[in-house]
Design a binder for this molecule. Structure first.
Ligand SMILES: Nc1ncnc2c1ncn2[C@@H]1O[C@H](COP(=O)(O)OP(=O)(O)OP(=O)(O)O)[C@@H](O)[C@H]1O
Ligand SMILES: [Mg+2]
Length: 189
């Protein structure tokens, strides 16, 4: 066996990008940890970066900057054959479509993981988290929850089954341009 053969991986791994989708308290990070363990995947949870860096999970638009950088890291890892769990929440279908499209450019599979949550369960979990780990969260009122439920776009069957990726919004040339507009830091160019 030659030296180069010795270092070759016998079976190239099929990488998967897991997209965690759900409202606050739905259980995304809990499931993301499980998926990361099961699939030996890299887990990227923006809250775990935003809070230590800025003491706030939104911080004047810096979340988009950070998410863009994490997307860039995710795409690099997928190209290297590692699976990735993107623990972003992803309330909009367009965000999910753009990320599904980006995953495909790396040759990776993509799986939308939706965590539905009943409003009363969500309220109870948020209250419990506020009581036990206030440093890891921020106050959320019932009115906040109602408004967020209105805005949240529940993934449809095609998204959940890995069906065809919808066309980008009218007037937009492609998902790459849409992604760069939304997360200007998602490319290294
Ligand atoms: N399947 C479950 N059954 C019971 N409790 C759960 C379950 N999943 C998560 N929890 C609890 O609910 C709370 C919220 O879970 P988690 O932090 O995973 O939600 P999240 O969707 O990541 O929320 P956020 O969007 O605010 O980060 C935690 O206290 C967690 O322990
Ligand atoms: Mg979370």
């Amino acid at each position: 066996m030659s030296q180069s053969q010795h270092f070759e991986s016998p079976h190239p791994r099929a990488a998967t990008l897991f997209l965690m989708v759900g409202l606050p308290g739905a259980g995304k990070t809990t499931r993301a940890r499980e998926l990361a363990t099961t699939h030996r995947a890299l887990r990227l949870t923006p809250d775990h970066w935003m809070n230590p860096l800025f003491g706030d999970s939104m911080a004047d638009g810096k979340r988009w900057v950070l998410e863009g950088r994490l997307i860039s890291v995710a795409l690099q890892a997928l190209r290297l054959g590692s699976s990735v769990v993107l623990d972003f929440g992803l309330w909009s279908r367009d965000e999910r479509s753009a990320l599904r499209w980006l995953a495909r450019t790396t040759g990776a599979a993509c799986q939308v993981v939706y965590l539905p949550v009943d409003k009363h369960v969500q309220l109870a979990r948020i209250a419990h988290r506020q009581e036990t780990t206030p440093h890891r969260t921020f106050p959320m009122s019932e009115a906040d929850l109602d408004a967020w439920r209105e805005r949240f776009e529940v993934p449809d069957a095609a998204e959940l089954d890995g069906g065809e990726i919808p066309a980008p919004p009218a007037g937009r040339p492609g998902w790459l341009e849409w992604a760069v507009d939304t997360w200007p830091t998602c490319t290294d160019g």
